[in-house]
Design a protein. Structure first.
Length: 1041
């Protein structure tokens, strides 16, 4: 029960963990650790230190390693540390939660030190006041006598907030009231159970690096008190805060006042509009500061001016958020058109009232656009390329006319975009001409049109290079290393500043030009000029904002539970809730503690299409017929095997599938989802041709990573290898909001490509783990996967051909990206009031091999389990908590389990898998299950595949397009049996794993004891022939089919 506290009598609970979050303050951190080591230790208590190194780039890691190694030698406190790569104190605090044991946790900032008896006083307070769950004490500035006099001023011009954090609410210990000042986060002791009850710190608040953000501690404490926790103040618990001389400068005081007031206001309620009093305060303080002769008085009012500005910014943000409209439950069917309505209307207005300017501008812009589009088409034709797998020349010749149509279509869109950008430059020139009183020269207009086109394209290029460099890499004909210097100079702030500066310059020129025309009696021309300018400025401002879906509170009675599946392509099981040293999934780790985690779940084929088919139908590939990714149109019915979505549709569920380029199979295969936010089939020659050659594709990709691209250029929006995690997350949250307002329960399956090769991710995730000094070809993504022939060639490469450490670093950044997006989605579920009635599933279609044996990729080997084993977490609010199932589980068990948990499972549905609902509810024991899995299609002869193995031709010779109109790429029917016969297969039962290798002289059987040999390096078949024979018999149907 919240706030129940509890006496500290159990030995296990007599543990005090000192939690320190640090960012690039190694010297101060060392002083803090020294003060802890010399402090008096409490009797009968264990004390340890846990440090979270938050995005540190100094020598903090080396210091912590040194402190850890010396602890055993000099009897210092036991010290452990973890790295949190995402900057932000709240991120650091949250990442520490899985590492905290039962007991007390003292949160201390890295620029503080503790008093001699701090540890003893904290433990004494915990023992004496079991009814308290939070504790705080005094935090005093660590003055040394050199500080200026004004810092101690208690008069009318006392500076607030004080430059050095302090906290003291009397000399008598007492429970803190809501009306009293809350302590800062570096002065807080917490019973560890509080973190489980209250949840995480808000990542929207708090400092990032050494900025002056705050509010995360106050928000957390108030949230805890609102839930029934009790905060006890003990003045004998004392810490000292380091006095940084920089904090005593006026510039720091003003920045501190601005950020702290801004943070405090964001925690409060919306006001509906900007209150008049804030403007009065700003004006009053500003005037008094201007006319103050005394330095102390001027300092006071300047700090108040900064605080007023922070209040204005905070009120603006919370009011803007509060004004978001509740989404239309029918959905916004024309989201792009609604956003374009104002610019189009302004454009029409300018055409009506500024004809002389617009007629010249349009002619010049069209000429520029025509030349540029023609140049792009010509360049693309000279260095023609296409996406997708290699195909035979006769197939490509058959679609040569369609190729011309595809390039022409992209050329039209290139013309439109070039014309709009050139038009912006010419309109700007017209504004300058009107403002300065000179006539328009067509030659100069051409220069400004080219300048507009170049500037806007360059800005978009820089934005993509920093934010999603994988987008450029996917369509570039050139070495990315040529861009490393430019990339190094880019920051989000610089790009944002450049965009705002151009927009401001454009607006100022238009206003000046319009004002001069108006003064000359040309009112209509003035309005037309302003309308033309605003038609460009407004979309530029709109494009900066990513509209986050507003949560809608569900009013549906809690009867049938909702189901939310969140999947990630190629996500390895050892990266999720597995104690990975990089702590890649802190949120998913906590989520797993609320449900069941299956640590040995296997897919029957580590390729996307067969894995999803088995998962959502509960049947083996031998039954549904999907044995690999190249599925012909005639096979999409999956042999009429019913799917999970079919059953839930009949039960009245709203069923939705959401994915990017990796999840087209959710729509291609007949799973039965009623609502699909999916791309077209990625293995379709017409679709691939519509993506166009690299040069024109690169240009258009700069402008299609948005709703415009999704609606008009979906082939580029869903381009393989381009990260869309943030976009998919927003689409998922929008769907959850719409489903929350519906009367039906929902089944939503969102499947992301976040961890799929070539492991490109959004900023800053691709920078989290790679070393700053790395400048090889795989800086942004795994190199060598841009061309179809490159993919086949790379499959045959050995480990020494890859920058493996860098590739793994990129992959781990992708994993962290997925974890953060899952958190946003699950938080949205909670904000919609759906948390207590929604089953949440975290899964993958397969893992990823990183040369654990001799191959990379997925589905290439069944001897190693890294691609066949997947993470599987099922969180049912009505089920057992923190359940870890180590026994063998199969992906085919997921559909019957979820249908059973939702109340729609039955024994006559004919699943190959079994329901594990009883296990999740804690009602039954885990049964012993057979996990079968097989290899996928090898694109070429992979390393480790012996000459005596069954072979088939390389990928280009395997593929054909049977139905030329449908244009679906599939396997030649004559080769299907040959491919299936060449598959390696494995059966895992209990501690045994039997592998069948398809050799030319007949199958070779290998037996591994996975309990003793988890990496499967020692064949023990000769020692256990009876086990081999028993498993061969047990899996006879799977071996032979």
């Amino acid at each position: 029960m919240a706030g129940s506290g509890g006496a500290v009598s159990d030995t296990q609970e007599k543990l005090l963990t000192i939690l320190i979050c640090t960012h690039n303050r190694s010297k101060l951190l060392n002083s803090l650790i020294l003060s802890l080591n010399v402090a008096t230790r409490p009797a009968s208590w264990d004390v340890k230190i846990l440090v979270v190194a938050n995005a540190c780039t100094d020598n903090t890691h080396q210091l912590l390693d040194s402190c850890k190694s010396l602890a055993a030698v000099n009897k210092s406190l036991n010290l452990e540390w973890i790295a949190e790569p995402v900057a932000g104190k709240s991120h650091a605090l949250n990442s520490a939660f899985p590492h905290l044991a039962t007991g007390m946790v003292a949160l201390i900032d890295d620029d503080q030190r503790v008093s001699q008896d701090f540890l003893r006083k904290v433990c004494r307070a915990a023992e004496d006041h079991p009814e308290a769950t939070l504790f705080c004490g005094r935090l005093l500035p660590d003055w040394d006598g050199t500080e200026p006099r004004w810092v101690r001023d208690e008069g009318a011009y006392k500076v607030y907030p004080p430059p050095i954090p302090s906290y003291e609410i009397g000399a008598i210990a007492h429970f803190v009231l809501d009306s009293e000042t809350m302590p800062p986060g570096g002065n807080l002791v917490v019973r560890s159970d509080v973190f489980r009850r209250v949840g995480e710190f808000s990542t929207d608040l708090g400092p990032h690096g050494h900025d002056l953000g705050g509010g995360e501690d106050t928000a957390y404490i108030r949230k805890a008190l609102a839930q029934g926790e009790r905060l006890y103040y003990d003045p004998d618990i004392i810490q000292y805060h380091y006095v940084d001389p920089l904090r005593l400068k006026l510039s720091f005081l003003m920045r501190l006042a601005f950020h702290r007031t801004y943070a405090a206001v964001r925690l409060g309620p919306a006001t509906g509009g900007m209150p008049a009093y804030v403007w009065r305060k700003l004006a009053t303080y500003g005037i008094k500061a201007l006319f103050s002769a005394r330095l102390g008085r001027r300092r006071f009012f300047l700090v108040r001016v900064a605080a007023a500005l922070g209040e204005i910014k905070g009120l603006y943000e919370i009011n803007t958020k509060a004004k978001r409209h509740r989404p239309d439950m029918q959905g916004d069917r024309f989201p792009l058109l609604s956003r374009l309505a104002i610019p189009v209307a302004l454009g029409c207005l300018s055409m009506l009232w500024a004809k002389p300017l617009l007629s010249t501008s349009i002619t010049v812009a069209a000429s520029i656009a025509g030349i540029c589009a023609a140049g792009l088409i010509l360049k693309s034709a000279l260095s023609f390329s296409r996406t997708g797998p290699q195909l035979k020349a006769e197939i490509q010749r058959y679609y040569s006319r369609y190729s011309l149509y595809a390039v022409f279509r992209l050329g039209v869109w290139a013309f439109v975009l070039c014309m709009l950008m050139a038009l912006a430059g010419v309109v700007f020139y017209g504004s300058l001409a009107s403002a300065l009183g000179f006539s328009i020269d067509r030659g100069i207009a051409v220069i400004f049109g080219l300048l507009g086109l170049a500037l806007i394209t360059s800005l978009q290029f820089c934005r993509h290079l920093l934010c999603i460099p994988a987008s450029i890499e996917a369509s570039s004909n050139y070495r990315m290393s040529r861009l490393y210097a430019l990339w190094g100079a880019l920051t989000p702030e610089r790009i944002e500043g450049a965009i705002l500066s151009l927009a401001l310059l454009f607006a100022v020129a238009a206003i000046m030009g319009g004002t001069r025309l108006s003064m000359q009696g040309q009112g209509e021309n003035a309005i037309g000029l302003l309308a033309a300018a605003m038609a460009f400025v407004i979309p530029a401002i709109q494009a900066r904002k990513r509209v986050e879906p507003w949560p809608v509170r569900s009013r549906r009675a809690n009867s049938q539970p909702n189901i939310l599946m969140i999947g990630c392509d190629s996500l390895r099981a050892d990266r999720v809730a597995s104690g990975h040293p990089r702590n890649l999934t802190p949120f998913i780790d906590q989520l797993a503690m609320r449900g069941a985690r299956f640590t040995n779940c296997f897919v029957p084929c580590a390729r996307t299409a067969p894995s999803l088919a088995s998962m959502l139908t509960g049947s083996w590939p031998q039954r549904h017929g999907i044995r690999d990714n190249f599925v012909a149109a005639s096979e999409c019915g999956m042999n009429s095997v019913p799917s999970m979505a079919d059953t839930l549709n009949r039960a009245g569920y709203r069923t939705t599938a959401i994915s990017d380029w990796c999840g087209a199979d959710l729509g291609k295969l007949e799973f039965g989802f009623e609502n699909c936010n999916l791309p077209e089939d990625q293995w379709n020659i017409k679709y691939l041709l519509r993506q166009g050659p690299k040069d024109i594709r690169l240009f258009l990709s700069l402008f299609s990573h948005n709703k415009f691209g999704q609606q008009f250029l979906p082939e580029l929006y869903y381009l393989a290898g381009v990260p869309t995690t943030a976009l998919l997350g927003r689409d998922t949250r929008a769907e959850i909001s719409q489903a929350a307002g519906d009367d039906k329960p929902f089944f939503i399956n969102v499947f992301m490509s976040t961890t799929h090769g070539p492991f490109g991710s959004e900023y800053p995730y691709y920078t989290l783990f790679p070393g700053a000094s790395y400048n090889g070809d795989s800086k942004f993504v795994m190199s060598g996967l841009n061309e179809p022939f490159e993919v086949v060639k790379r499959q045959g490469h050995t480990k020494d051909k890859f920058d493996l450490a860098q590739i793994v670093d990129l992959y781990d950044g992708c994993v962290r990206n997925f974890d953060d997006e899952v958190k946003k989605i699950v938080d949205h579920v909670r904000q919609c009031g759906l948390e207590d009635n929604t089953i949440i599933v975290i899964y993958s279609d397969h893992g990823m091999e990183f040369f654990e044996r001799e191959t990379w990729g997925q589905g290439n080997s069944v001897i190693v389990d890294d691609s066949a084993r997947i993470p599987l977490i099922i969180v049912d609010p009505r089920g057992a908590r923190n359940l870890v199932v180590a026994e063998t589980t199969r992906a085919i068990d997921l559909a019957p389990t979820l249908l059973d948990l939702s109340g729609h499972g039955s024994a006559d549905q004919g699943f190959d898998g079994v329901s594990l609902a009883g296990v999740i509810r804690g009602e039954t024991a885990m049964p012993e299950l057979n996990a079968y899995y097989e290899t996928g299609i090898w694109f070429t002869k992979i390393p480790g595949l012996g000459d005596d193995h069954l072979h088939y031709p390389d990928l280009p010779d395997l593929l054909e397009v049977q139905n030329k109109q449908a244009a679906t790429i599939g396997i030649k029917p004559a080769l299907r049996d040959r491919i299936i016969a060449a598959k390696d297969r494995a059966l895992r039962v209990g501690e045994w794993k039997l592998v069948r290798l398809a050799l030319q002289d007949g199958p070779k059987w290998l037996l591994f004891d996975v309990s003793r040999d988890p990496d499967c390096r020692h064949d023990v078949g000769d020692a256990h022939p009876e086990v081999v024979e028993a498993l061969r018999e047990r899996g006879s149907d799977l071996w032979l089919n």
